[in-house]
Write a protein that binds this ligand. Sequence first.
Ligand SMILES: Cc1cc2nc3c(=O)[nH]c(=O)nc-3n(C[C@H](O)[C@H](O)[C@H](O)COP(=O)(O)OP(=O)(O)OC[C@H]3O[C@@H](n4cnc5c(N)ncnc54)[C@H](O)[C@@H]3O)c2cc1C
Length: 575
Amino acid sequence: MAVYSADLNDIQFTLFKVLKVQERSTAFSEGDLKDILEQFTKFVAGEIYPTRVEGDHVGVKLTPKGVVVPPSFKPLKEAFYANGWYGLGYPEDIGGIPAPQSVALACNGLAVGANVAFTMYYGLTQGCMNVILKVGSTEQKDKYVPMMMEGRWGGTMCLTEAGAGSDVGAGSSTAIPAGENLYKIKGTKIFISSGDNDLYENIIHLVLARTPGAPEGTKGLSLFIVPKMKIAADGTSLVPNGVVCSKVEEKMGIHGSATCVINFGQDGESLGEMIGKEGEGIQNMFIMMNEARLLCGMQGEAQANLAYEMTKKYAKERVQFGVEIEKHSDVRRMLLKMRSTSRALRALNYYVGDLIDRENAGDHGAGAELALLTPICKSMGSDEGFNVSVDAVQVHGGYGYCTEYEVEQFVRDTKIATIYEGTNGIQAIDFVMRKILKDQGKTFSLLAKKMVATLSTKEVQTQFASEAKMMGEHMEQAQKIVEHFGQCVMNKKANLVLQNANDFLWYCGSMVLNWRLMDAAVVALREKGQTPEEQAFLQTKIDDVRFFSRFVLPKNYGLARQILISDLDLLTTVI
Ligand SMILES: Cc1cc2nc3c(=O)[nH]c(=O)nc-3n(C[C@H](O)[C@H](O)[C@H](O)COP(=O)(O)OP(=O)(O)OC[C@H]3O[C@@H](n4cnc5c(N)ncnc54)[C@H](O)[C@@H]3O)c2cc1C
C-alpha cells in the first residue's frame, strides 16, 4: 500500500505567510490553527487514506434494505463526527469549531485528496445544511441542523432528471400543495450522490420541483426539503416518506460514493416542505451549487497534490539507465508540471477560501471576485487535476497503469469533477457570458489590477522580469479578446464566443494560477529560511513560477491567436 503524505510545509506557507489568514481568525491564534491542521493531517493519514482503496474495490451495493456503503466507511464516519471534524468552520452556537473558512477548506482538501468518495457523504450533508442555515425558517433550522451536526441525518441535492441534465429548467418533478407549507412531491431524480446509504439514520433531500401553474424553465422551480423518513404523529419516531432508491450506477470511479436513482412519491406519498420562497428554488439551490463547484475544483486539486507526493517519492526510488528516473529531463518536466500546477490550484483554492472569510466579514468586493473565480476554480481544478493524475500514471510507467502504486485510481476518481455540478463546458459559458460580458468586464478588471500589483513588486521586477513581461503580454491580449467577444455578441455572432469560451477560461485560469504562484514566490524571496531544508523549500516556490511561466503559460500565445482570428462558425460545419 502507498504511504500517505501531505505537503504541510506548502499548506502552512500558503495560508499563514502568503495569505496571512490568521488575521481573519477571530477565535483561534496562528498556533491553534497550525495545531488543527496537524491534528487533521494525522486523522487523514491514519483513518481516511487507509479506506481509499477498499472503498474503490468494494463499492456500494443496492440491497432490499437500501444502499450499503463500503464497510470501512462506517467506523470512519463515526470517528470523523466524534472528533468534531464535521463542524470545522461552523459557528460555536450550533456546535461547530469556528476556524476561518480558508483553514476549514484546507483541512477538507486533505480529506478529499485521501478519499474523495467518502468525503462526498458528509460534504453533501454540509451543502444541504448550509442551504437550510441560509434560507430555512427557524423551525426548519431547529428541526434539521442539530441532527445533521450530530451525524445522524445526511443530505443530498436533487436537480438532475433523465431529460434535465445541464438544462435543469427542463425538470418535470411536481409539488402539489398539501396544507401548512407541505407539498406532495412526485418525480424521479437521477445521479443523486449519497442519495441512499447506510451511514445515516435519515437522509434529507433538497429537491427542485414545480408547483401547479408555475412557469416553464428555471423560473418555475421551487425548492423542497424531502426527508427519506418523516417524523411520525407521535413526534419522535421515523416512518418512511415514499422516497425510494431504485438503482445505483456502476461508474468509472468514486466507487465508494453511491450515485442513485431516487423516486419520490411513487411508492407511497412523499411529503416535502418548501424552503425559501416559491419560484426561488434555483437561486436557493445555487447556494449549494456554488459551494459544490468550488468543491469540484478542490477534488481535482487535492487528488493532484497527493498524486504528486506519491509520484515524487517513486521517481526518487525507481532507477533506469543507472540513475533515479527523476534525473531524466522528461520525467523532471512531468514532475515540475505536476508540482507547480497542483500547488497553484491549491493556492487558488485557499485564496478563494480567504475571499469567503473576507466576504463574511463585510467586504462586498470579495463576493464579486468569488463569483468570477468560481468557474475558474471548478474547471481548472478538475481539468488540470485530472491531467496531473494522468501524469502520475505516466511517471510510474507500467506500474502506474497497474494498481499496486494506487495512482491509477486518481485518474478514475478525478474525471467526474469535470462533469458534475455543471459540466466544464457550462462553466466556460458562465465565465464568459455572465461573469465577464454581462458584468461589462468590471470584476475582471479589478482582478487584473491585483495581478498588476504583484507584477509591480520590487521582487518580481528584479527577479522575474521576463516572467512579468510575459504575464503583461497575456493580460493585454486578454483585454483584446474580451473586446473581440463583445463585438461578436453585438454583431450577432455569439457562436464565435461560445465555441472559444472553454479555451478562454483556460487562458484566464492559467494566468490566475501563475499569479498565485508569483505571489508565493515574492514571499519566498522575502523569507530568509533558517535551515537548509527551509531554504530548499523556498527555492521550490521560486522554481514553480519559473517553470509554470515557461512550460505552461506560453500556450496562451497560441490560444490568443486562435481566438482572435476565429471566423469559422463551427455550427456551420458538417459532422
Ligand atoms: C457520479 C455522478 C454524480 C452526480 N451527482 C449529482 C447529484 O448529487 N445531484 C444532481 O442533481 N446531479 C448529479 N449528477 C448529475 C450531473 O450534475 C450531470 O450529469 C451534469 O450536470 C450533466 O448533465 P448530463 O449528464 O445530462 O449531460 P448533458 O447535459 O446531456 O451534457 C452532455 C454534453 O453536452 C454539453 N452541453 C449541454 N448543454 C450545453 C450547452 N448549452 N452549451 C454547450 N454544451 C452543452 C455538456 O457540457 C456535455 O459535454 C451526478 C452525475 C454523476 C455522473
